[in-house]
Write a protein that binds this ligand. Structure first.
Ligand SMILES: *Cc1c(COP(=O)(O)O)cnc(C)c1O
Length: 382
């Protein structure tokens, strides 16, 4: 039996909150947020046109080292846009992981493609390159430079791994495999803004990488998302698709394909610009908290999810890995009852009615983690 009182007291101490409710993750606003939002309101340009959108896009590109960035209204439609812009067609299949937030898989569905679920590694909680290679070698054939499923005959056009809680998947290995099998690589880096693996920002390994700026993420625009890429042409296409595919003209309404109203409003970008100015500080505080957690849980012989070698994680959500499902459920009950907010990792996507019949590899690791992982409070502590 774990000493739950001690765990609760320790978390309360870390947040300097002996009595209050401790949320899982709240935004941190200590910079130019109010100044920029006020400036935006004063300008009346609160909607789809304005300087903050351009400035925020430039700031994200600069921070991550990507050539281009296109911001949009949330992280889910960022993935949708990334898929369709990179050439995923209706009827295609997209490789992804079963252990992720529903948005990853919903976005594949919006593109009228079908997800194929590949198991994860226990130490990254993200797509396993070993599982991916095994699936591709056994279940697919290459014809005229494209990869096809032997079972369904459909084209497997993209691979969409996700960086769980801000920790890197083995993205370099996955990239090599995707190149070998002629599959486009898109990173769902929704949780991983600011995380660096082997000296490169997550989101910059794939042809495209996507972020989320929802209120619970490391930095927020209220709601928002972004796509980064080094491909200029693709970036122009993303911008075009996100603005109703309108052909630029002084007054004429001409649209050359079915587009989307996915632009990020200027007022959200104003918030985002202030947030990214503060990202280094936010990451420093988050990594400090993770270090304290690591020390504490190690002393209790509880497994705490840490970054691997060659990695600087943003530690978006801290996570413990418990003994079994029973302990996971007790942990959740005890801490939530004591006002220390905790959440289990996701149910597998293959458990959802919409995706239960999709093709999948053996999912032992994903199941193992789904039964054991719990997220604990992870906001910035000052
Ligand atoms: C947050 C998140 C998204 C995008 O979410 P939005 O709420 O649409 O911004 C996508 N994938 C993962 C894994 C996420 O955690």
């Amino acid at each position: 039996m774990l000493n739950y009182d001690m765990i609760i007291d320790n978390i309360r101490d870390l947040f300097n909150e002996p009595k209050e409710f401790i949320p899982l993750h709240v935004p941190h606003f200590s910079g130019n947020e109010k100044k920029y939002v006020n400036e935006c309101i004063d300008s009346t340009f609160v909607s789809s046109v304005g300087k903050f959108v351009d400035q925020f896009e430039l700031a994200i590109a600069k921070y991550t080292g990507a050539k281009r960035c296109v911001v949009c209204v949330n992280g889910t439609n960022a993935i949708h846009l990334a898929l369709i812009a990179s050439g995923v067609d209706a009827g295609d299949e997209v490789l992804t992981q079963p252990l992720t937030f529903i948005a990853t898989v919903n976005a594949i569905s919006y593109a009228q493609a079908t997800p194929v679920f590949v198991d994860v590694d226990k130490d990254t909680m993200g797509m396993s390159p070993t599982s991916l290679r095994k699936f591709l070698e056994e279940e697919t054939i290459i014809k005229e430079g494209n990869c096809y499923s032997k079972t369904t005959g459909s084209k497997i056009s993209a691979c969409l791994p996700m960086h769980t809680f801000g920790h890197a998947v083995r993205i370099d290995e996955i990239k090599t495999i995707c190149e070998e099998f002629h599959i486009i690589l898109i990173e769902d880096a929704a949780e991983a803004i600011g995380s660096v693996y082997k000296g490169k920002h997550l989101g910059t390994y794939g042809l495209l990488g996507t972020f989320s700026f929802n209120g619970n993420k490391t930095i927020t625009t209220g709601g928002g998302g972004a796509i980064i890429t080094d491909d200029e042409e693709l970036a122009d296409k993303l911008k075009h698709l996100s603005t109703q595919a309108k052909v630029p003209h002084k007054w004429k309404y001409e649209h050359d394909q079915i587009g989307y109203n996915y632009r990020m409003p200027n007022i959200n970008a104003a918030l985002g610009l202030a947030q990214i100015e503060n990202l280094d500080y936010i990451l420093k505080q988050k990594r400090k908290l993770a270090k304290s957690y690591k020390q504490f849980f190690t002393s209790l012989e509880i497994d705490f999810f840490v970054e691997r070698e060659n990695e600087l994680s943003n530690y978006w959500l801290n996570a413990v890995i418990l003994e079994n499902k029973e302990q996971q459920q007790i942990f959740l009950t005890k801490l939530n009852d004591a006002g220390v907010m905790c959440r289990p990792i996701w149910e597998l996507m293959t458990e959802m009615v919409m995706f239960k019949d999709c093709q999948k590899t053996n999912l032992d690791n994903a199941r193992w983690l789904s039964d054991r992982v719990v997220n604990i409070p992870s906001s910035v502590v000052i």
